[in-house]
Design a protein. Structure first.
Lengths: 320, 216, 538
């Protein structure tokens, strides 16, 4: 009884009035359910599966692991989505995700069709999603590096020997970050430093930026992060060179790549991966997208490039 | 001195004005030679330390043991650390026991106060005044929850307490007989105004009964 | 009188209540053990060099981001948060009403086994934090608004069911049994004999849940469910403190509105206006109930929730995928020992957190309580300042506190524990202040009138009466703190939360099941101990 009155006096007049006859006999919640039809939720772009909002064009939802400043990601992938929409004649939308694991799960569930994964998350996603295909990587992803940084008070000077780090309070970035955790851990163990050792165990700062801040504060004496991010922070002056310095650089490894999901291929045609590769590799030098990605060009990639990551991931218990 | 008058006459307000818990809206109050409204901080506390009030046991903290509720009468004399320590190891136990002895509650000294009956609590409130040793004793219906024998004794204690320190007892009372037996002066209030002020010797129980307007 | 006086007197002895002393000493021992485990006695715990970084966070409080673009985004996310809170709380009340019937003593009568089992079943949804539900649901439903609604609704529904059942069970039985004896069926008898006396409590608890749901909706930002928490996390992970503070202020404002509104409704329920001889409803309560219903309908529309998602093939498929991966639980040796170590860390973290919060709450309760009308200006100003500070303490989510405290403390259990402690202080301080407000003011006034110092008056007039309710709240929050440790588990603070996050991020579902079982078992154990301790307090 009271719920019916709520509808009549409630603040969403138009929807309620146009269905007065229906409302008279039914619960308010049901009415609202009807009213909700045709409205896009503010929290999910409901790209692939719902898809009723668009016309004849196919739709593609792209995503990325949240490995750096989300605002930069928003600008970067927003620009990319516009460029792709135009070039591929598709409704391309960018769906931000706040969690590495969520990006993998959402790729598996088909909420995200094409995702910019890191090395490890790409492997995880591919192993969980039958038919997922690596599409492309940047030229720089072939030879990716991380840097170990130390607090200036440790008095350490740049070197290739990682063993002095073993006695310092040490933090990685996000737990499943390839450049902030996985590959550095691998290179540490190569030099006989226990990657899960360190006094009181390693920390997980959650992001590359937090790693820099925590090492600068001295709470952690050393840390490791993506060299690209490090270089950018050095350049824009957010790093205090008196507080935190670079100690070592890792050898090169494969990292980021685009992974296309099977549901998008099913929906948009078997040639979708080829069309995507064509789009990425066809971007002219100096294109805005390439600039934003910090790349000279996109190049093809294949699953075999990530076998090493898969092996290390299994060693660390990150792939089961 | 006995304060008499019907409910709502202003007896409790008058007592509140004297002990400083009710600020006057007009006029001045003089207590033991000073105006309490002009005092602040330490001097205010020193004056208050010389005045003791007993309500109808409503001022007791049920969760505390009897001994602490009695010792609360000495908070004006104790430094803060001693007040705190006493909650762990009760201080000045002999005086507390002596006071409780006088009101017949010595065997309940470590009982939690909320376990006591209304009459027993009223006697705890009296014991609090006994350890406080005030010069001016204010009592708001001190005998209301007591049986006649205990009421008699309670008033005798209060009057004696005031007399020991050369001070006075001001008690609001409902029982005319009690008022005449224990007080030397009777003041009657009606709607906040003094309508009667006479020595007890000049009055009879009948006079006071008429004053309450109740046949007796 | 002589009878009284001549009673043979045994020398009075101070009998401490043994049970309470045992609990008190036990609590101290556990606290000492926790502090030792957190390394608080081991020397170096502070990192003074990080004060600058902490200062950057603190000083940003004075210059929150206020550019138009950001405020617009913020406004949208506030709407999403409100919508989640409204729908989540509505679902919780709905589930609670149904569940209450299933777990009430009234339903089971003398069949104790059935009652115990049904109660035990509630421990499962109740033992998991909303964020954990969110994390699991994201894997089933993807980025659907249902994630946020269910993540709030399911665990809250379980708590609500328990509380509703207790409220129904505590109603005096006379009327109900008279109706049964008069030949009424069980359902009509309950409607006439049980529901009316319990309705005040039910309504007031429902509004309390709505208040809590606002805070929980923010936490769900952690798993990308959207809303204010999501926005906060975006700003937080790039360390844009100005934006973080804008989010915190928006959240504080929401909490304040929910608090004030909820309190007004609960007060009115507790002290209804007399309606005389006409059948008339309280206009304020009617407005509140209708307004809430309207908000629920709006939220449904705004989030564009579709019930079809829940029964879609894809959802079933995902459920089968996760369940088949998650069963049987992983029971290999290294994992079990890691779980045991993490459980100890979690316990120590929660104990330190609750000790910090309780000590702070006891100290601040008097100041934070609303003063009487005629209080001096200074007293009223400090009161408002302390209340505002408490509001901010609980508006900044624990993970943010954890990172910020890590700037000035060395890594370990301690920063996580303190992060949880200051957050819990925000909640507990308010509860303690409310408990203080409801105390009888006369004992303290009497002490003041007799010349007691303010400290003495507080020690004898306020503390003894306030201790019981505040400790009871603290024990209740302890159980909540155990669940909240999941939020601060990362950053080397360890505990079951860190382990869970690590296993989820490795998609090791078998191990996830094991950790979840451990979390639920620990929560249930703490619940049991806390209930016993509360009983000893009464």
């Amino acid at each position: 009884m009271s719920s019916r009155r709520a509808v009549r006096s409630g603040g969403f007049g138009e929807h309620a009035l146009s269905r007065r006859s229906l409302l008279a006999g039914s619960a308010a919640v049901l009415a609202a359910g009807l009213a909700a039809c045709g409205r896009d939720s503010p929290v999910s772009s409901s790209g692939g599966s719902a898809g009723s909002s668009s016309g004849t064009r196919g739709s593609l939802t792209i995503g990325a692991i949240p490995d750096q400043d989300p605002e930069v990601l928003q600008r970067l992938f927003g620009t990319l989505a516009d460029s792709m929409s135009e070039a591929l004649d598709l409704d391309v939308t960018y769906q931000p995700v706040t969690d590495y694991g969520a990006a993998v799960s959402l790729f598996r569930t088909g909420d995200l069709d094409l995702v910019w994964f890191g090395g490890l998350t790409g492997v995880q996603a591919r192993l969980q999603t039958l038919g997922a295909e690596p599409v492309a990587q940047r030229d720089i992803d072939e030879s990716f590096t991380s840097v170990f940084i130390v607090n200036a008070d440790t008095g350490l000077t740049p070197a290739d020997d990682l063993t002095p780090l073993a006695d310092l309070r040490f933090t990685y970035g996000s737990e499943t970050s390839t450049s902030g955790r996985l590959m550095p851990a691998y290179f540490l163990s190569e030099q006989a430093v226990d990657p899960e050792g360190f006094p009181a165990g390693p920390g997980f700062s959650g992001s590359h930026d937090a790693t820099i801040s925590l090492v600068a504060s001295g709470s952690y004496q050393a840390g490791v992060l993506n060299e690209q991010v490090w270089a950018a922070r050095l350049e824009d002056g957010t790093v205090d060179p008196a507080a935190v310095v670079q100690y070592a650089r890792t050898p090169e490894y494969h990292d980021y790549h685009w992974l296309a999901g099977p549901q998008a291929v099913e929906r948009l045609g078997a040639d979708l991966p080829d069309r995507l590769l064509e789009y990425f590799t066809g971007l002219p030098a100096g294109d805005e997208v390439l600039e934003l990605f910090g790349a000279g060009a996109f190049i093809p990639t294949e699953a075999a490039n990530y076998d090493q990551i898969e092996a290390v991931g299994r060693d660390l218990g990150l792939i089961s | 001195m006995a304060l008499v008058g019907p409910s709502g006459a202003g007896k409790s307000t008058l007592l509140g004005l004297v002990n400083g818990s009710v600020p006057p809206t007009a006029g001045t109050v003089e207590v033991l030679g000073t105006d309490p409204t002009t005092l602040r901080g330490r001097s205010q506390r020193e004056l208050r330390a010389r005045v003791g009030t007993v309500h109808q046991h409503l001022e007791l903290v049920g969760q505390l043991r009897v001994v602490h509720n009695v010792n609360a009468g000495r908070l004006s004399h104790w430094p803060a650390w001693r007040a705190a320590w006493s909650l762990v190891r009760p201080q000045g136990l002999p005086e507390v026991l002596a006071a409780l002895e006088q009101v017949g509650l010595a065997d309940r000294v470590f009982e939690r106060t909320e376990r006591l009956s209304g009459g027993q609590r009223q006697r705890v409130a009296l014991a609090r005044l006994l350890v406080k040793q005030p010069e001016l004793v204010l009592a708001d219906e001190p005998a209301s929850a007591l049986d006649p024998v205990l009421a008699e004794r309670a008033l005798a204690l209060l009057a004696g307490l005031a007399a020991d320190r050369g001070g006075a007892l001001v008690a609001s009372l409902h029982d005319p007989a009690l008022a005449l037996r224990h007080c030397t002066r009777v003041v009657g209030l009606v709607e906040g105004r003094v309508v009667l002020d006479a020595p007890a010797a000049a009055l009879t129980v009948g006079d006071l009964a008429d004053f309450y307007g109740a046949p007796r | 009188m002589t009878v009284v006086l001549d009673r043979p007197q045994a020398p009075p002895r101070l009998n401490r209540v043994r049970r309470r002393w045992a609990w008190g000493l036990g609590a101290l021992a556990v606290l000492g053990w926790s502090l030792a485990g957190a390394g608080a006695f081991a020397g170096d715990v502070v990192n003074p060099a990080g004060a600058g970084q902490f200062g950057r966070f603190a000083s940003a409080a004075l210059s929150p981001a206020l550019d138009g673009e950001f405020l617009r985004v913020l406004a949208d996310s506030v709407l999403v948060t409100v919508a989640y809170a409204a729908l989540g709380a509505a679902l919780a009340v709905l589930l609670g009403a149904v569940g209450a019937v299933a777990v009430a003593r009234t339903t089971w009568g003398r069949r104790r086994l059935g009652w115990t089992l049904s109660r035990g079943a509630l421990a499962v949804p109740r033992g998991l934090h909303e964020a954990v539900w969110g994390l699991l649901l994201v894997n089933l439903l993807g980025l659907d608004p249902w994630v946020g609604v269910l993540a709030i609704g399911v665990p809250y529904g379980a708590v609500t069911a328990k509380v509703f059942a207790d409220l129904l069970d505590e109603v005096p039985r006379g009327g109900y049994e008279a109706l049964l004896a008069g030949g009424a069926g069980r359902v009509p008898a309950a409607l006439y004999g049980l529901l009316p006396p319990a309705s005040g409590g039910l309504l007031s608890y429902s509004f309390y849940r709505l208040e809590c749901a606002v805070r929980s909706a923010v936490v769900l930002g952690l798993i990308g469910a959207g809303g204010l928490g999501y926005q906060l996390l975006l700003s937080f992970s790039s360390l844009r403190w100005e934006q973080v503070w804008s989010c915190v202020y928006a959240l504080a404002l929401l909490c304040l509105l929910a608090d004030v509104g909820g309190r007004a409704v609960r007060r009115r329920v507790a002290a209804p206006r007399s309606s005389g001889d006409r059948l008339r409803r309280d206009p304020m309560l009617s407005t509140a109930v209708l307004g809430t219903l309207a908000a629920i309908v709006w939220a449904w529309w705004y989030l564009a929730i579709s019930p079809a998602t829940l029964v879609a093939d894809r959802t079933g498929e995902q459920l089968r995928y996760v369940l088949s991966a998650a069963w049987p639980p992983d029971v290999d040796g290294p994992l079990l020992s890691a779980v045991a170590v993490a459980a100890v860390d979690t316990l120590q973290m929660s104990v330190i957190a609750i000790a910090v919060a309780t000590a702070g709450a006891v100290l601040l309760a008097g100041v934070a309580a609303h003063p009487p009308r005629d209080a001096p200006v200074l007293r009223r100003v400090t009161g408002s300042a302390v209340r505002l500070a408490l509001l901010l303490l609980r508006a900044v989510p624990p993970p943010v506190w954890a990172l910020v405290l890590l700037f000035v403390l060395l890594p370990g259990v301690l920063p996580g524990a303190l992060a949880l402690g200051v957050y819990t202080l925000g909640v507990l301080g308010r509860l303690a202040a409310e408990a203080t407000e409801e105390l009888d003011p006369r004992p303290r006034a009497a002490l003041t009138a007799m010349g007691a110092r303010p400290v003495g008056g507080w020690l004898y007039g306020v503390l003894p009466a306030a201790t019981g309710p505040v400790l009871a709240f603290a024990l209740y929050r302890w159980e909540v703190a155990i669940r909240d440790t999941v939020l601060v588990g990362l950053l080397g603070a360890g505990g079951l939360g860190a382990l869970l996050a690590s296993r989820v991020s490795a998609f090791d579902w078998g191990a996830v099941t094991t950790v979840l079982v451990a979390v639920i078992a620990l929560t249930a154990a703490v619940d049991l101990v806390s209930a016993r301790a509360r009983a000893a307090l009464r």
